[in-house]
Design a protein around this ligand. Structure first.
Ligand SMILES: *Cc1c(COP(=O)(O)O)cnc(C)c1O
Length: 508
């Protein structure tokens, strides 16, 4: 359809609608990763209008499009209040969490021209965005093991890892994979004592945690905002719990001077003077306008409602999985849920075969299995029941798990989700864990990802059940059941996993 004769608007709309049919639903609360649904269609409608109305504006030059600069100031002022920022705080709106994290690293690196081989020190739970930043900007990423029980960063080990080459320390509020907040206070203090920046990656928690208050919980949640001495920057994604459409995040620095080093400018060419505050140059005002509209429609009270709903749903899920005595239980007081939501399937004894990896500090839950089944098969079984959960592979001695991101629209459906989860686990237990041929596993352990050739890749993909696309071409057909593929990836060392994932995505 693309690139041949022109088509009518009717045809194009029909084709676009048909394309969307194969995607995971972005709304309705049944997709528990990638998407965030406030459950407020009117807010979404106005955000979509804003996205369209400003889609053609260009944030490249705020003097040409003052509307973009104004919306950026407004959204950043809201964030500054949420993050307890001092008066001279300064921020930047970016295209997403990864870009916010990249800029925090870039600013830290370029503020320390005196360091020849700069390092980032971060817990092993840090988001992949920092691996990418280290790769792109030529820093060493020093990973420090998290506490094996709490899955939070270990403050003493983090402090011990700091060197004269460290230009940035990173902690999470919360970590994506396990949903726990790192002990920001002692880590930021250790960094500050050595004059090192400390970035709090609140990409996923930044627009939900400030609205939770303590809900009558003695939450045990570590503090993580600028109220904590030593925190120098915070990233938060408006396209996550800000409930804006995709393409908008922000990075806030404690002061304007800390931000300065990720600005880039040149006048050394015959065209316009270039000043870029982000990695982009031409930058659509659409996502920012949509975020501005979403913030304006919801207001602080609206976000507080949505945050409480998502949090209550999260605790209900954790409690139902663990039973009332497990680590996901909440013996710490009221969570604002009525007894109806509390009395969901299996709430006394938990769901056999499952356990919550860590008590959720925010609105994310990581769920592991015992030997009777595996998380990959549970994901497949959930998908059959029209629920999407995200598989997480075993890592550094930790088990494989299911990742659940709970947004406000999921909260009213928690009983239905728990019923589907119970059925999915029963089916996964009946099937047993997916087995990988031990000979293949031994072979994979010895494969050097740097030396992977086309033939070996094709062989490995075929072994994983990934055949060529029957419609021809170089493409790949993904099977309905992904568990055998995840089980195969799980026995590969992480660098080989990455190489195989690239091979798959390249062929899609
Ligand atoms: C989502 C996320 C990121 C990366 O954000 P993108 O918007 O996917 O680029 C970084 N850190 C954390 C903790 C996240 O949850």
């Amino acid at each position: 359809m693309i690139g041949d004769a022109a088509h009518t608007a009717v045809d194009v709309r029909a084709r676009l609608a048909a394309l969307r049919e194969h995607d995971l639903p972005t709304h309705g609360g049944r997709t528990l990763a990638y998407v965030y649904d406030s459950g407020r269609p009117q807010v979404d409608a106005v955000a979509s209008e804003a996205l369209a109305a400003f889609g053609g504006t260009n944030g490249l030059d705020p003097s040409a499009f003052p509307s973009v600069a104004q919306m950026e100031r407004d959204v950043l002022a809201f964030a500054a209040r949420l993050f307890d920022a001092p008066d001279d705080a300064a921020g930047t709106v970016t295209s997403g969490g990864t870009e916010s994290c990249l800029l925090a690293v870039l600013a830290a690196r370029d503020a320390r021209a005196d360091v020849t081989r700069p390092q980032i020190v971060a817990p092993t739970s840090v988001h992949a965005a920092f691996h990418k930043a280290a790769h792109l900007f030529g820093l060493d990423l020093v990973l420090v093991d998290v506490d094996m029980v709490t899955l939070r960063a270990d403050p003493d080990a983090m402090a011990a890892a700091l060197t004269d080459r460290t230009v940035l320390v990173v902690v999470s509020a919360p970590s994506y994979a396990h949903g726990v907040i790192d002990p920001v206070g002692p880590i930021a203090a250790a960094a500050a004592a050595r004059g090192i920046r400390c970035h709090v990656d609140a990409c996923i928690g930044g627009w939900v945690l400030p609205f939770l208050g303590d809900e009558g919980e003695r939450s045990g949640r570590p503090e993580w905002t600028f109220a904590v001495p030593g925190v120098t920057s915070i990233s938060a994604d408006l396209h996550k719990y800000g409930y804006a459409p995709k393409g908008v995040s922000l990075l806030v620095h404690r002061s304007m001077s800390l931000r300065h080093t990720h600005y880039w400018a040149t006048a050394d060419w015959p065209g316009y003077g270039v000043v870029n505050s982000t990695l982009q140059s031409t930058k659509s005002g659409g996502p920012l306008a949509a975020a501005w509209a979403t913030c304006a429609m919801l207001g602080a009270d609206g976000y507080a409602d949505l945050a409480r709903q998502a949090r209550a749903g999260t605790l209900a899920i954790a409690r139902a999985i663990s039973g009332n005595d497990g680590p996901g239980s909440d013996a710490r007081g009221s969570d604002g849920l009525g007894s109806d939501a509390r009395g969901t399937a299996g709430s006394r004894s938990g769901i056999p075969g499952l356990r919550v990896l860590a008590h959720p500090d925010s609105t994310l839950v990581a769920v592991a299995t015992d030997d009777s089944c595996d998380p990959y098969t549970i994901c497949d079984e959930l998908l059959v029941r029209r629920w999407y959960a995200q598989p997480q592979l075993p890592f550094r001695g930790g088990p494989a798990s299911l990742h659940l991101t709970i947004s406000a629209a999921t909260a009213p459906q928690v009983p239905a989700f728990l019923e589907a989860l119970g059925d999915a686990v029963a089916a996964a237990r009946a099937a047993g864990p997916v087995a990988v041929d031990p000979a293949l596993a031994r072979l994979l352990a010895g494969v050097d990802p740097a030396a992977l050739d086309e033939a070996t890749v094709a062989l490995l993909l075929a072994a994983a059940g990934l055949g060529p696309d029957p419609s021809g071409g170089a493409g790949l057909a993904l099977p309905a059941r992904m568990a055998p593929i995840h089980a195969l990836l799980a026995v590969c060392p992480p660098p080989l996993r990455a190489a195989l994932l690239v091979a798959v995505v390249e062929r899609l």
